[in-house]
Write a protein that binds this ligand. Structure first.
Ligand SMILES: N[C@@H](CCC(=O)N[C@@H](CS)C(=O)NCC(=O)O)C(=O)O
Length: 213
């Protein structure tokens, strides 16, 4: 049984992160591949030594599977992808394609989209990183012109990562990016995504009830 860790609580409300916490990436992969998993929690507010021993930055998600411990959502996704061809093609060409796009989502898009988001809290959506982010999104808009999924001609773990990176980036919803929007909608229409999303939201609602009760 795979165990996925997330927080016991994150703020709710319109701008809260419920539905966006990165354990969703892991839940989604397990749902796609019908892998058995459970979800456990670590405190959001009092992050203790146990948490830092599992995730050196005190973040989530991290996972455990038969004594193997993995942190970083990208590493966790690639770990899970080894368990199912549904997530990662077994032919070397398809595998390399899915691998490169998983890393590109993290290291060429999320590496600017997250700092852009943080800057936008203080400086607004037109900030010093907007040009860089727009350039990455424009390239992705062109790449997605003629693809249903990003790698290997079919849905793979790379789509989980890429679609979720887009989900976290409000800028990706701009009218200039219809292909990105359509791609994100396709990904989020998948039953495995819906289940992962609804379960995560329900998890934090249940946490509210436990805290108030
Ligand atoms: N690079 C990390 C980022 C993890 C991350 O940003 N986690 C967020 C939740 S989605 C978090 O724990 N934020 C609280 C914090 O950074 O203190 C990964 O992909 O796993």
């Amino acid at each position: 049984m795979i165990t996925i860790w997330t927080y016991d609580f994150v703020p709710g409300g319109e701008n809260g992160p419920r539905g966006l916490v990165r354990d969703l990436r892991l839940r989604w992969a397990c749902e796609e591949a019908a892998l058995d998993y459970e979800v456990k929690t670590t405190p959001f507010e009092d992050r203790g030594p146990d948490h830092y021993a599992r995730q050196p930055f005190g973040q989530v998600p991290f996972l455990e599977d038969a004594g193997i411990k993995v942190f970083e959502s990208g590493a966790c996704l690639l770990y899970l992808a080894r368990k199912s061809e549904l997530l990662m093609p077994r032919d070397p060409v398809g595998e390399a394609d899915a691998l490169q796009w998983t890393i590109a989502a993290l290291n060429s898009i999320e590496m600017v989209s997250v700092p852009w988001m943080v800057l936008s809290w203080s400086e607004g959506p037109d900030n010093g990183l907007t040009g860089w982010l727009d350039s990455r999104l424009a390239h992705m808009e062109a790449v997605l012109e003629d693809r249903e999924w990003i790698a290997a001609g079919r849905f793979t773990v790379a789509d989980i990562m890429l679609a979720d990176v887009f989900r976290q980036t409000r800028r990706a919803d701009a009218p200039a990016y219809p292909n990105i929007r359509a791609y994100k909608q396709r990904a989020c229409a998948r039953p495995a995504f819906r289940k992962a999303y609804e379960d995560q939201v329900a998890h934090f609602v249940a946490g509210d009830i436990a805290r108030s009760g």
